[in-house]
Structures are given as C-alpha cells and as structure tokens.
Design a protein around this ligand. Structure first.
Ligand code: ATP
Ligand code: MG
Length: 326
C-alpha cells in the first residue's frame, strides 16, 4: 500500500499511541482502518517494527481483525487494518450505555473463539483485552484487535508515548509484577464484559461508598511501570484522580490486588451471566477457566441456538439509528 493511493475519509478514533482513520483504496475499491502512529525513530528500529508487523500477515482468523499492510511514510508508521464499521465495544457502550445479556453472550462467544485461536494456535497472550480492542462489523461479527505481536513497537511506544488513562483491565497477578499467562486475558475479558453489562467500569463508586480503601498503596510504583508492562499512566500526573468514577489510578491498582472482586448484582442479571463473570474474575490465575472451556459455559450455551450474528447487527443498527435521531 502507498499513502498516495489512499483517500482519507474521516477519523474513526484515537488511542494513546495514535489516530485511526478510515481510508479508501481507490485501485481495489477497499476500505481500511489506517492506524497512524507518529514515531521519531532510527531506521533500524523502524525496519524491525515493520518486519515484526508483517508477521501479522500470517494470522488469518475470522475472530481476529485482519492486518493488510504496514509502511512508514512522513515520520509515521501506518498500519492498514480490516475496517470494522460498528467500531469498538467502547464506542458502542458510550452510545448505548449497556448491552443486554443475549447480545453480550454472542459477542463473548466470538471473543472466546478469538482467544482460543490466539492461545492455542499462536501460543500468544493478547495482553490488552479491553472494550476498545473488541471491534464489531456490519455483519454482527466481533473480532479481537491489537494483539501485540510487534515487541519492538510496544517497546518504542512505551518509551515515547505519555500514557493517559485511568482504568486498567490488567489481572491482579500482572499488576503485582508476578508472571502471567493466558489466564490473564480471561480476567481482562471478564472485566470487559461486566463493564458492558453495567454500563460503567466495574471498579469505582461502590468502593468509594464503602470507603474501603485509601492511598496506602504497597505497590512499587516505579517497578510496575517497568519492563513489558506498558501501564496506561499519565506520566505527568501520577497521582491522577481524574478517572470517571473518581478513583485514582494507583488506588485502583491496589483495589484490584487487595479488594474483593467486582460482581454483577444478582437481581439484575441471570445466574448464568453472574457465574460466567465470577469464573473469569478469580484472583488466582490457576483457578480461572481457559477460553476453550468457557465456550461450554451456560452463559454462552444459553443463547447459542437463538442469537446469531445477524441478531447482534440488528440490535446495534436499531439502537444506533434511534440514538442518531435523538
Ligand atoms: P489504546 O491506545 O490505549 O490501546 P485504543 O484501543 O482505543 O486505546 P486504538 O487501537 O488506536 O486505541 O483505537 C482507537 C479507536 O479507533 C478505537 O476505539 C475504535 O473506535 C477505532 N478503531 C480502531 N481500529 C479500528 C478498525 N479496525 N475499524 C474501525 N475502527 C477502529
Ligand atoms: Mg486498540
């Protein structure tokens, strides 16, 4: 791909590392999501990143967002990805607040299939499962985005970018600097799905009301920001208190490690949903089920016969149209 053959249509979103634009490739008549990451780096590092990104070519799975090409132009790495018209789960819940269980079940089923592929075929931990990395298209397909195959890019970004963010989907073992494995993605999935059901990040207000924590963090702050943990921390504001729920980032890390795990209110959600979430959100990684075994969980099985991808798309298109009219 060459930037001059691409017509930029609009901005789809922004992340900590860069901007994602909708691009139209005139010659092939194809739309791409073009992720543009501005990096002032040496040619060697650049070549390494592009080389690593290109190994993503090899990943072909209907549950993972396809990678088409990567190139370096005008001081930026450009990554051409499959365009997902409905955007991310983060975009969707920003508009719809919450998603109903049958729709969430179908989305979760697809994400689990994606995780089975990453864990079993590629032997890769995703490391960054969160609402903005689960994307949906107009066929009701949900796919996993942004799995960090380029170690060099992750490394460069973690040095170059001021991470702004006040929530984290990282598992307790990862936050505490212990070794972590595939089970870490299961924690992140549980937190992500619970957020979509509750309509807010699961840690926050209720804990504040309990007044069950203060800033007595025992976490070594300098340490947890080192090595492969690119924590989403605003480097200029380490004591930040600007999370939507009003709890500081370090307090949150402390909560995840020490406080009881969040759970859905049992009067508002089905037993199957509550059981699914509590199986994912277990603090001990060894006690979490694998993605493969979760495919058989009653929360997934319950809607298998009745809710398909078209039902997801119908639901989303209806609710988005309604919101557009408001
Ligand atoms: P972070 O930078 O912390 O990982 P993020 O995942 O939100 O956060 P990006 O991956 O850059 O950052 O994505 C930003 C936004 O761009 C997403 O929330 C989504 O709205 C949009 N987006 C990303 N990839 C695509 C895609 N393939 N198709 C459609 N929209 C996309
Ligand atoms: Mg992303």
């Amino acid at each position: 791909l060459d930037l001059k053959d691409l017509k930029i249509i609009k901005i789809l979103g922004r992340g900590a590392g860069g901007i994602v634009k909708l691009a139209y490739h005139q010659n092939s008549g194809t739309y791409f999501a073009l992720k543009v990451i501005t990096l002032d780096i040496q040619e060697n590092a650049r070549k390494q990143i592009l080389l690593e990104l290109k190994t993503l070519y090899k990943t072909h799975c209907k549950w993972v967002v396809s990678f088409y090409d990567a190139f370096y132009t005008d001081g930026s790495i450009h990554i051409a990805l499959e365009y997902m018209q409905r955007g991310s789960l983060a975009d969707i819940i920003k508009r719809t607040q919450t998603l109903p269980e049958p729709i969430l079940s179908r989305i979760t089923y697809q994400v689990l299939e994606g995780l089975v592929y990453l864990h079993r075929q590629l032997h890769t931990i995703h490391r960054d499962i969160k609402p903005s990395n689960i994307l949906l298209n107009q066929s009701g397909e949900a796919k996993i985005a942004d799995f960090g195959t380029s170690g060099e890019l992750q490394h460069t970004l973690s040095k170059a970018v001021t991470w702004v963010g006040t929530v984290t989907y990282m598992s307790p073992e990862r936050i505490s600097g212990r070794s972590y494995a595939f089970d870490s993605d299961i924690w992140s999935l549980g937190l992500t799905i619970l957020e979509c059901a509750l309509g807010r990040f699961p840690y926050g207000n209720p804990l504040i009301e309990n007044n069950s924590y203060n800033s007595s963090s025992n976490i070594d702050k300098s340490n947890s920001n080192s090595n492969n943990n690119s924590l989403p921390i605003d480097q200029n504001n380490n004591n930040n208190n600007n999370n939507q729920e009003g709890i500081g980032f370090w307090v949150l890390l402390d909560c995840i490690v020490k406080e009881p795990v969040p759970f859905p209110p049992s009067d508002k959600f089905s037993p199957e949903f509550c059981s699914f979430i509590s199986e994912c959100l277990v603090k001990e990684p060894e006690d979490r089920p694998s993605a493969h075994s979760l495919l058989c969980h009653p929360f997934i099985q319950k809607y298998q016969a009745t809710v398909d991808n078209m039902a997801v798309e119908e639901y989303l298109s209806n609710i988005m149209d309604k919101k557009n009219k408001e």
